[in-house]
Design a binder for this molecule. Structure first.
Ligand code: ADP
Length: 356
């Protein structure tokens, strides 16, 4: 365990412990984005999970609409979308807890529909609401789960010790699960998912309803698990993905809208460039000149500390920096600062999911 995680666990113990005492006539949507990262990374990466044209109807309601993506070996993939987007539905299908209507899913080379026994052996699944037995003690529960999951008797004690330590629940191993706080119950759920040392971890909203301290702990724990496990986790919170994921898949209203690293998404979806300049010169002249540069869509100018702050918007394929410096030189105006401002992930997420 990393020092950072150990320290955080110790820090957190105080606050957390205080709480203790059938197929449809389906037409695939046409506007599914191509998976832009596939061509970049596929050449040298193995897929731990491969989802192809996955579709799920609940009655007549289309909850997952023809989505395709991969989770590469060894990565942490964030499965991001607003509430109701279809994340849990997809995660449950990947974990063999729910059938799909159409499509295919391979997990560690096994088909979830025809070979679910082998899939279950390769994955550790943590559902959104961890179903724990409140009347069992943590130690008892994990031993029971290890047995169910086929951990050899001779290895159970060492697996349990490792998971208790890793998930920071050693100090509550003798407690009744029903008496644990939400944060600790989540950790027991994660220990359960880890007990058989699965290659792949599938976590459904593992950070939801945890307080900020508990979330910090859980995020570091997930990061610590990287390298040993391939991880996919769902969330509706963008910052979770930004902080700990290598890549993300974004879905909205059942449709996949994007996949890639934050940089790849920024490059693909940025439709404007934002430039900020601090210029010394006559306010109106400067503003008019800059607004007149070819490719400038808008300029917002404010005066402060004897200079003019300019927020300039151009099209994504326009770079006005050279023309701007030429104009400043010609007019003998001073330049104190010039930098580009990229769209951040929140802007992209909002744009892709039309969240207000
Ligand atoms: P998310 O996890 O992204 O919040 P879900 O996969 O839970 O989304 O749900 C996607 C959509 O499917 C929602 O509109 C939800 O109401 C609906 N849904 C989920 N489970 C069922 C079910 N068992 N029966 C009918 N509709 C469901």
């Amino acid at each position: 365990m990393s020092n950072s995680l150990e320290e955080l666990r110790k820090e957190q113990q105080g606050s957390d412990m205080a709480e203790e005492p059938q197929s449809k006539n389906h037409t695939p949507s046409k506007d599914v984005e191509p998976i832009e990262t596939r061509e970049v990374k596929a050449a040298n990466r193995q897929a731990a999970i491969e989802v192809r044209n996955l579709t799920k109807y609940y009655g007549d309601f289309l909850a997952v609409d023809n989505i395709s993506f991969e989770v590469w070996d060894g990565e942490i993939l964030g499965f991001l979308g607003p509430n109701g987007a279809g994340k849990s539905t997809t995660i449950k299908i990947l974990s063999c807890f729910q059938p799909a209507t159409e499509g295919s899913v391979q997990v560690a080379g096994h088909d979830v529909f025809t070979d679910s026994l082998n899939v279950r052996r390769k994955i550790g699944y943590m559902p959104e609401n961890v179903p724990l037995y409140p009347e069992m003690r943590v130690r008892e529960y994990l031993r029971f789960r290890a047995a169910i999951k086929g951990v050899p008797r001779s290895e159970r004690s060492s697996r349990m010790a490792e998971c208790l330590e890793l998930c920071g629940i050693k100090e509550v191993e003798g407690k009744l699960i029903g008496q644990l706080s939400k944060g600790y119950r989540q950790r027991v759920g994660l220990a359960d998912a880890l007990i058989a040392d699965p290659k792949i971890l599938i976590l459904d909203e593992p950070l939801a309803s945890l307080d900020p301290n508990q979330q910090g702990y859980a995020k570091r724990l997930i990061q610590d698990l990287k390298g040993k496990h391939t991880i996919i986790f769902s969330t509706h919170i963008l910052s979770d993905v930004e902080e700990i994921c290598d890549r993300m898949v974004i879905i909205d209203k059942g449709k996949m809208v994007a996949a890639g690293t934050p940089e790849e998404l920024a490059n693909r979806y940025e439709d404007q460039h934002h430039l900020h300049a601090e210029v010394v010169g006559p306010f109106n002249d400067v503003k008019t000149r800059v607004a007149g540069i070819e490719g400038v869509l808008s300029v917002n100018a404010t005066e402060h500390d004897g200079c003019i702050g300019l927020d300039i918007v151009t099209g994504a394929d326009t770079d006005i920096r050279e023309e701007l410096s030429k104009q400043l030189l010609q007019n003998n105006w001073g330049l104190r600062e010039l930098h580009t401002q990229r769209m951040d992930l929140a802007d992209i997420f909002r744009k892709l999911t039309q969240a207000k």
